[in-house]
Design a protein around this ligand. Sequence first.
Ligand SMILES: C[S@@+](CC[C@H](N)C(=O)[O-])C[C@H]1O[C@@H](n2cnc3c(N)ncnc32)[C@H](O)[C@@H]1O
Length: 279
Amino acid sequence: MGKIFSKLLFFQRQVPFPSSESHIDSIQVCHDICRELWGQNFIAPIHDELKKKDFKVLDVGCGTGSWVCELAADYQASCHGIDIQSVFPTQKPRNVQFYTANILNGLPFDDNFFDYVHIRSLAMFFTKEDWESKVVFELFRVLKPNGYLEFVECDSMIYNMPTSLNPLCKAGHPLLPPSSSSYLIRFERFLHDTNKLENICHEQKQLILGNWSNDPLQNKLGSLMSGIICQCFRNHQDAFCSYISKKDFAKLIEQLPIDYNLFKTYMVVHRFVGKKVAD
Ligand SMILES: C[S@@+](CC[C@H](N)C(=O)[O-])C[C@H]1O[C@@H](n2cnc3c(N)ncnc32)[C@H](O)[C@@H]1O
């Protein structure tokens, strides 16, 4: 198992995010990968409710709004997206509203306001303490009793990690934050222990890197993800190159897609959904 992706995400947390066109593009590609991996945008049992105009949906850390805009285009529900940065699209379905806010300072909504709250790919932006003392409870606060909360997060590990990643791991090691690995393993237990959610369901899907699968869809998604990781490394080249030479860095980046196929490398994406208990 490797922790290199958590290092990359940690670097991303150190710079204003998304900081460039390539970051924005990678959010869009990750959204497409996630939808294709599950074959849908959510697993909460809310298909019928989403057809009602007064059903309220919130996407926290919505980024460029791809997820919330797709949902709003498919259903009549009233959809809301918030992000700390205003990178929202200029064109959007009529039933979507965007807000700029930092969840760590509290969400700008009343208690028990939303029927469904979705949060995806924010694990690395918060420490374990942020998650467990602020973020999760703020999500509970704005969710109505019997409403659904859904989390989607990529495991920070890379499984069957190629040896060519080792020098990058070593290069990144002094920068690895102590709380960034394997948090999701404990997350389901934490959700249970809050006693705020019931019927918690946890699904996991393997996302390969490269194109070593027999499944053409997996190969398509694996190639896309491999491209995003390479781009991520390139975006943070300067941080890595204080530990290894530029020449070695370039060689390693070139070798990675070949090695993913040799080692059958993969990642795991987790989805948690639960229903807020009635008071
Ligand atoms: C990796 S992107 C994921 C975007 C989107 N959820 C998706 O899956 O396509 C993470 C997003 O979280 C936002 N974010 C990070 N920290 C935040 C905070 N404290 N409050 C609100 N949004 C935050 C970032 O600005 C970024 O747009």
